[in-house]
Design a protein around this ligand. Structure first.
Ligand SMILES: [Zn+2]
Length: 177
């Protein structure tokens, strides 16, 4: 079965997420598409930039606005591997992005229906069309794999530290005996 257009672009967003994982950032990736062309890419750089605003979607929206030359991204579709947080959902509404395609849902912070639905809130002057579950398993696996690896690395570091400490203690006792 060949990929749908949404799946093809979500794969591009996943490639961005992978770049985040490579620098030990939570792997979340985003692309913005206009007229069948990717005009902006972004991945989470919160730790790298030491900046709470450096989410994948915000970085991609910034880039897309520079490309389009407007704060309004009215003919664009935003693809993101994880359901947007309140800040990013807010930025999507502000940028008037008409369509949002989401990979995995985020029960703890998602604002496209999980915690609240900012993207389709009838009280705002803009509602996006939202597509969820596109390559959901791949997007979720990217995150769970990353956290699993992080836990393993932490455990290993702790174990290494412990054996170093043991050796140091043994060496000290040797010297004093
Ligand atoms: Zn966000």
């Amino acid at each position: 079965m060949s990929d749908t257009a949404d799946e093809r672009y979500m794969k591009e967003a996943l490639k961005q997420a992978k770049k985040a994982a490579a620098i030990m950032e939570t792997p979340i990736g985003c692309v913005i598409v206009r007229d069948g062309k990717i005009i902006a890419r972004g991945y989470n750089k919160r730790n790298l930039k030491k900046n709470t605003l450096a989410h994948a979607e915000i970085l991609a929206i910034n880039k897309a606005s520079r490309v389009v030359g407007d704060w309004r991204l009215e003919d664009c579709t935003l693809y993101v591997t994880l359901e947007p947080c309140p800040m990013c959902a807010g930025a999507i509404v502000q940028a008037r992005i008409p369509r949002v395609v989401i990979g995995a849902m985020n029960g703890k912070a998602g604002c496209a229906g999980s915690v609240v639905d900012l993207l389709r809130h009838p009280g705002f002057n803009h509602q996006a069309q939202v597509e969820t579950g596109v390559l959901e398993e791949d997007c979720a696996a990217m995150l769970s794999g990353f956290f699993k690896e992080l836990r393993r690395a932490r455990k290993e570091a702790k174990a290494a530290l412990t054996s170093e400490a043991k050796k140091a203690i043994l060496d000290t006792t040797k010297e004093t005996s």
